[in-house]
Each structure stands twice: as C-alpha cells, then as structure tokens.
Design a protein around this ligand. Structure first.
Ligand code: MD3
Ligand code: FE
Length: 209
C-alpha cells in the first residue's frame, strides 16, 4: 500500500479506495442504514445538526438534549448493526492495530450540510487513533491544533480518501466547512458519507471485557 502523506501530524492516503472498493463499501452501508436508519441529531443546546447520522458497532455516538455520548442502541431502540468486515479490514491495515474499533459513526452530508469546528473527546482513551473514510461528494475539511484558536489548514477530501489521526493530532480541532454537491457520481442523489472509526473504551477501562 502507498505511503501516507503527513499533514499536521495526521496521515493522509488520498484515493486509497478505488471506485470498485468504494461501491462495495456503499452497498455494505446501505445494509447498515436499513438496520439503523439515518436520523437528524440535535445538539445538547437544542440545535438540529445538518448532518444525518447513524452508527455500526458495539457502541454508537449519539447527541440529543441530554448531551454527547456513546450508546449501545439506536435512538429507535434496536442494537447497532455490526461494522462491515470490509471497513474493519481498512482499519486493521492502516492502523496496524489488533484491537478493533468500538464504533463506526456514519455521517451523511446532503446539499448544504456542514460540521462546525470541534474536538472528538467523548472517548475514554485518546491513545488510540481515529480513522476517517470519505465517500461521495468532495468536502472542505478544516484541521487546526489542540487549541480552539490554533491556525487551521483546509483540504478537499475526495471519495476514497482515508485519514488517520493519532498522537497529538488525535485532539486537534476539525470540521467540515462545505460540500461540492454532486461533484462525485458515487451516490446517485449526490451527497457525502464519512465513516469515523473509534476505540471508545481502552484496555484499562472497567467497562472493557
Ligand atoms: C481530527 N467528521 O464525525 S472526518 C466527526 O467528515 C467528524 O464527517 C468529519 O469530525 C466528517 O467527528 C471529519 C475527519 C476527522 C475525524 C476525526 C478526527 C478528523 C479528526 C478526530 C481527531 C482529529
Ligand atoms: Fe470529529
């Protein structure tokens, strides 16, 4: 596999997945979404997010009026479906870890959707990296540093790109400013899917088995 590009402490594999691998992932994700439908999350402050979400794995990331957290079940009551094996293969190949992720968050961006600058810090162990897989329309990703006011750098993420945030980059501020709607033909109706793979509970967590 090609060597990643290093940008601001994270690793970037542009075009890691070819169109055939992207299509396979997309059909796996259709099965995930059939079992655990995309829903519109609300922030703890009561604002609806423009991104629609669901999860696969033992734990799914949730936000509602009660806060940000991980849950074992979809808001509609069913357990999250398993993470597709093809997604786990990418995780193990690029992280080199034997440990599987607990959560595969599925973000869907329709026309005009974005995600404000934030840190991922609802997990119990920041020593594990976070892996992101982009599918569909191009998105303007913004990456800063560990402090909110650190200077940021922007990058257009394309279908098939993979990012790995570990070490100091794990707690960097980041977000999605905008989409180039219908810039990709992967999704017939347009839009973008981002998969974010995370270990939620480290080996030392009392909740781990
Ligand atoms: C940098 N998702 O779900 S992926 C998220 O494209 C999220 O949907 C964005 O941020 C998306 O939390 C960005 C790239 C990404 C993911 C996790 C990170 C960058 C990150 C964690 C730490 C630092
Ligand atoms: Fe994030």
């Amino acid at each position: 596999m090609a060597a990643p590009i290093e940008i601001r402490g994270f690793q970037y594999w542009p075009g890691h997945l070819d169109v055939s691998a992207q299509s396979t992932l997309l059909s796996d994700l259709r099965a995930v979404v059939a079992a655990a439908p995309l829903y519109s999350p609300v922030t703890p402050g009561g604002r609806p997010m423009s991104v629609r979400m669901t999860s696969a794995g033992r734990l799914g990331w949730i936000t509602d009026q009660r806060g940000y957290r991980y849950e074992t079940h979809h808001p509609a009551g069913q357990p999250w479906p398993p993470i597709p094996p093809a997604v786990l293969d990418i995780w193990h190949a690029l992280t080199g870890l034997a440990r599987a992720p607990d959560c595969c968050l599925v973000n869907f961006y329709g026309e005009g959707a974005k995600m404000g600058l934030h840190q991922d810090r609802d997990e119990g162990d920041f020593s594990f990296p976070v892996l992101s897989i982009s599918l569909g329309d191009e998105a303007l990703f913004r990456m800063g540093g560990p402090n909110r006011t650190d200077p940021t750098e922007s990058l257009w993420l394309k279908s098939g790109d993979v990012l790995l945030m570990g070490g100091p980059a794990r707690l960097a501020w980041h977000g999605i400013d905008r989409l180039r709607f219908r810039s990709s033909r992967l999704l017939p109706g347009g839009g973008r899917i981002n998969l974010t793979l995370r270990v939620v509970e480290g080996a030392t967590s009392p909740l781990s088995s």
